[in-house]
Design a protein around this ligand. Structure first.
Ligand code: SF4
Length: 698
């Protein structure tokens, strides 16, 4: 009887940024099943990952004891069997493992300088763990070379938002679509990637809301759309500028709003003159009349929202893409009212919170810049330690290059799997193999842990206490439902023990003490306390009083920028980094599938999810397959300028005839062997959404 359980615990789904609240039913010390409960984002709903993707925490591959690389182990590489890591590692006590882990980092620091060490935290961390991680790198090594997977996700969106509206978070919760009459969903596939948010989008269309979907892939939401703009990959700026050109030429813009709340409008208007729908149609592949229709529909809305995802951000012009979306909302006066706003849909369950907590190389918590002396001294005062560098740190891909350059020689990686997730991943794997000392803290022997000198067994989300912040700015309480297996420990405890061994005076005994410290220099957490979160489960920031559940909509009366004005930043068309040619004639784009989460370490160890989607696959248009003489289910070879993989082909009419869609969860056909490491100059995000590729029948 599945209803038979000993106790139930409320927590947060560990996967996507929607942040669904769950009730975990526990039997004999294990999670038996999961129900959705009435969280502010999910209102009782769950998707297949939230409902069935919990049993990875009881998988036999869990690391239950600290592991130290054996002296006689083979050279570092993907040669460790996660089911039997003892061929390369030996078990150790916590005391020994922590001493070896911290000792190796300290030795490099003391002999080569603090910059010889870098850190990758993770959006799988709680807010408190993320805060401690960036503090450990900054306080322990004196610099800012600390980053996490936001760099591969929405870093360019955040760069554009901070630049133009003064804050990197969403201006309205996705649930606000309930009050919209028009919505744009661009560069994302919420039915697979934010499935519970997608249910609200579908409901919106059911009550008459007009949905405009824009994506080079014909994503599932098109079935609910009044307009589906399947534009040419990489042609976002030309399409969006053409839409804005119509709004300017037909004077559909909101002059009163622009005058009251924005700056640089005249420059934007002038810039847009060169982007008529006729001129842009050939570049973006959308008919001029469709561009005009969409412009009129959006500009004429009473309340409109714009949602976007990695299809916007993961380009070398990702920041420009977001600048266009911000300009479109500003010129139409669609920010700061019920049903109006900008919403980049966050990927991971705590990518918003980990970024807020300062797990990024250019910002301290709450996006306070590291280059500001006053900001740094406010933190060192609370941290009771000397200064750290005023220089912005290196990002994820820059740290990998810095290893190859011989400067970064040791790393501490918590919960991140860059040996799968980095672009041109063989280049990243070669770098990790070169490190003199690598400490990995995780729940499995991930591909990255294969390169470690010490592996510290950590906790899955349902085994720990801590807060997380979802895409809606809702800070929510995660509660432990089961105990970690064997000798695995809570992540904050491991961070504290390492910090002590690095000579730091850290005396935390509970994550609530970390949260209290965070509040001292994070205004976003004003009026939000640990006790409130324990009692209320979630509070949205900003919260204006100790009883305010938080503001779903912000910037109704101006922006956190000079003079309270948001800014128009014109964007020009920039071609993708590499163009298809005779050798690589098609376009590769990568992403997620409904059942699998990022690099697959959790969901491929979840029985139901792995059963539903067990095999590496990619999708092409059926005509493309026919031309090649390939049947769906056959193996094909994909080759780019970086490498080559063999993978099963699927037919999907929604894919353009010159495109391949490739999920990145499968190590046996790792998508990032193929991807282009070229980055956006502002957000430093790689161009995962466009690589030139050759497709061959096997
Ligand atoms: Fe979890 Fe996201 Fe699915 Fe909600 S929508 S259950 S947060 S994966």
């Amino acid at each position: 009887d599945s209803r038979d359980f000993d106790n139930e615990v409320e927590s947060i789904c560990p996967f996507c940024g929607v942040g669904c609240q769950v009730s975990l039913k526990i039997k004999d010390g294990k999670v038996k099943y999961v129900d959705g409960i009435n969280g502010p984002a999910n209102e009782g709903r769950l998707c297949v990952k939230g409902r069935f993707g919990f049993d990875y925490i009881h998988h036999p591959h869990r690391i239950t004891k600290p592991l130290i690389r054996r002296e006689d182990a083979q050279a570092k590489g993907l040669n460790v069997d996660p089911a039997n890591p003892l061929t390369h590692f030996r078990e150790a006590t916590w005391e020994e493992a922590l001493d070896v882990a911290a000792g190796g980092l300290a030795k490099l620091r003391d002999t080569q300088g603090g910059k010889s060490i870098a850190g990758f935290g993770s959006a799988k961390c709680t807010n408190e763990e993320a805060y401690l991680f960036q503090k450990l790198i900054r306080q322990g090594f004196g610099h800012n070379n600390v980053d996490h997977c936001t760099r591969l996700c929405h870093a360019s969106s955040v760069a554009a938002l901070i630049e133009n509206v003064g804050s990197g978070a969403v201006t309205a919760t996705f649930n606000e679509i309930e009050n919209s009459d028009v919505a744009i969903v661009i560069g994302c596939n919420p039915i697979e990637n934010h499935p519970v948010a997608a249910t609200f989008f579908k409901q919106f269309t059911k009550r008459g809301g007009k949905l405009i979907v824009m994506d080079p892939r014909g994503v599932g939401l098109r079935r609910f759309a009044t307009h589906m703009l399947q534009f040419r990959p990489g042609a976002d700026v030309s399409m969006l500028n053409a839409i804005m050109n119509v709004i300017v030429e037909e004077e559909l813009y909101d002059k009163q709003y622009i005058d009251a709340y924005t700056e640089n409008w005249e420059a934007e208007k002038e810039h847009l003159k060169g982007f008529s729908p006729e001129a842009m149609s050939e570049i973006c592949g959308i008919e001029p009349e469709v561009l005009r229709d969409v412009a009129r529909l959006f500009a004429g809305a009473n309340a409109a929202m714009i949602f976007w995802g990695m299809g916007i951000s993961q380009h070398i012009h990702g920041t420009d893409n977001s600048r266009c979306l911000i300009s479109l909302a500003l010129m139409s006066g669609q920010i700061g009212r019920p049903g109006a706003g900008l919403h980049p849909l966050r990927g991971q369950n705590n990518v918003q919170g980990a970024s807020d907590a300062g797990l990024i190389p250019m910002f301290l918590p709450d996006y306070q810049t590291v280059t500001d002396d006053g900001v740094r001294s406010a933190f060192t005062e609370v941290w009771k330690s000397g200064d750290f560098s005023a220089e912005k740190g290196l990002t994820v891909t820059e740290i990998v290059d810095d290893i190859h350059a011989g400067n970064t020689r040791g790393m501490y990686i918590l919960g991140e799997n860059p040996a799968m997730s980095d672009p041109d991943v063989e280049h990243a794997r070669d770098a990790f193999a070169k490190l003199e000392h690598l400490v990995v803290q995780d729940i499995f022997v991930t591909e990255t842990a294969c390169f470690a000198d010490v592996i510290l067994p950590a906790s899955a989300f349902y085994e720990k206490s801590g807060t997380v912040t979802n895409t809606n700015r809702q800070v929510q309480m995660g509660r432990p439902a089961v105990t970690p297996p064997g000798e695995a420990k809570q992540d904050w405890w491991i961070e504290v023990e390492l910090a002590k061994r690095l000579g730091l005076d850290w005396g935390y005994t509970d994550p609530s003490e970390v949260f209290a410290e965070m509040k001292l220099n994070m205004k976003s957490l004003d009026n939000i306390t640990w006790d409130r979160l324990v009692n209320e489960g979630a509070v949205t920031y900003p919260s204006l009083s100790p009883t305010d559940p938080g503001q779903a909509i912000v910037f109704g009366d101006g922006f956190p920028r000079p003079d309270g004005r948001a800014k128009f930043t014109p964007a020009s068309v920039i071609a993708p980094d590499e163009a298809p040619d005779a050798d690589y004639p098609m376009i590769l784009t990568t992403g997620r599938q409904l059942e699998h989460w990022h690099t697959g370490s959790m969901t491929r160890r979840s029985k139901v999810l792995d059963a539903v989607e067990p095999e590496a696959n990619c999708s092409l248009h059926p005509k493309t397959l026919r031309t090649m003489g390939v049947e769906p289910g056959d193996m094909i070879r994909l080759t780019t300028r970086r490498g080559s993989i063999e993978i099963m082909a699927r037919a999907d009419r929604a894919i353009a005839e010159d495109m391949v869609f490739l999920p990145f969860a499968f190590v046996e056909a790792a998508a990032n062997i193929l991807t282009n490491p070229a980055v956006d100059p502002y957000g430093k995000i790689p161009e995962f959404k466009f690589s030139a590729v050759r497709v061959e029948k096997q």
